[in-house]
Design a protein around this ligand. Structure first.
Ligand SMILES: [Zn+2]
Length: 62
């Protein structure tokens, strides 16, 4: 059965490498000069990094 034939599956065959361009905390676009890199992720500032860490910690506690 081939029920999962995509409607537009052949338009884009290339797998897109997911490049993170937005801050994980505030979702702003990160410009090259101002990015803040921590543990494989990019943030626009140290403050957003802290915010994201705090948020993910709070979620773990559930
Ligand atoms: Zn941010």
């Amino acid at each position: 059965m081939a029920l999962e034939v995509a409607k537009e599956g052949q338009v884009e065959a290339k797998p897109k490498a997911e490049r993170q361009t937005n801050c994980l905390a505030c979702n702003k676009l990160i410009k090259k000069l101002k990015r803040y890199y921590r543990e494989g992720k990019f943030y626009c500032s140290k403050r957003c990094w802290r915010a994201f860490i705090d948020k993910s910690k709070a979620e773990e506690k559930k």
